[in-house]
Design a protein around this ligand. Structure first.
Ligand SMILES: Nc1nc2c(ncn2[C@@H]2O[C@H](COP(=O)(O)OP(=O)(O)OP(=O)(O)O)[C@@H](O)[C@H]2O)c(=O)[nH]1
Ligand SMILES: [Zn+2]
Length: 204
């Protein structure tokens, strides 16, 4: 759903000609009032529109099928059968429980059988799933599954290490804690030495 294109009735037209429906802005004003703020004061007057637009950006992944980035493969390297690893890719996401930021890095690897993709596409898959409301386990699994399904490799390994805003700025208030999740498929799951090799290449 894209509020910029749909549901324009009653929407406010601002300088950038970007439309955010009144009901969305009103919801943000309600939240601001609830936490003790005055949404009419100058500094907050435009905040509901900005906030709504920011959330469209945070959730841009719903507008795409991340796996589609893996459709174009390189025939000329079809015989390449060594590990391909994209290491420490920074990403941002938001947790579905508190809508708080998740920031971290992901390492994504696969052992090609026939299909090799442009390396940037692995990062595109990651961002496509990260720009949604997530839990880290599902993000990790979705990235691995997309690569497994589209490239049909001999193995895939995804390891994500991230910090959760809902644990730092609120709740248990424990900063500096990294959550590590992994999803291994194929040879990286079944074969001990392949698993040890990929985890060591990733720095684990
Ligand atoms: N497994 C997992 N848990 C997460 C993730 N992001 C946030 N959480 C946790 O989700 C849980 C939600 O717990 P609840 O008890 O329903 O919510 P809460 O009362 O706000 O919990 P606290 O955060 O402990 O204050 C918390 O323990 C969060 O730390 C994630 O990506 N994976
Ligand atoms: Zn959370």
């Amino acid at each position: 759903m894209n509020f910029f294109c749909n549901d324009l009735e009653g929407a406010e037209l601002d300088q950038g000609a970007e439309l955010v429906p009144d009901e969305v802005q009103e919801a943000v004003r309600t939240l601001l009032r609830w936490v003790g703020e005055n949404p009419e004061r100058e500094g907050l007057r435009d905040t509901p529109r900005r906030y709504a637009k920011a959330w469209l950006e945070y959730c841009q992944g719903y507008e795409e099928d991340p796996g589609a980035h893996l459709a174009r493969t390189f025939e000329e390297v079809a015989g390449y059968d060594e590990i391909v690893l994209l290491k420490d890719i920074p990403f941002h996401s938001h947790c579905e429980h508190h809508l708080a930021p998740i920031t971290g890095k992901a390492s994504i690897a696969y052992l090609p059988k026939n299909r090799v993709v442009g390396i940037s596409k692995l990062a595109r898959v990651l961002h496509g799933y990260a720009r949604r409301l997530q839990i880290q386990e599902r993000l990790t699994a979705e990235v691995a599954q997309a690569i497994w399904d589209h490239l049909q490799p001999a193995g895939v390994a995804v390891v994500i290490e991230a910090q959760h805003g809902c644990m730092t700025g609120r709740g248990v208030k424990t900063p500096g804690v990294g959550m590590v999740t992994s999803r291994l498929r194929g040879c990286f799951l079944d074969d001990k030495s392949s698993r040890a090799e990929i985890l060591s290449l990733m720095g684990y």
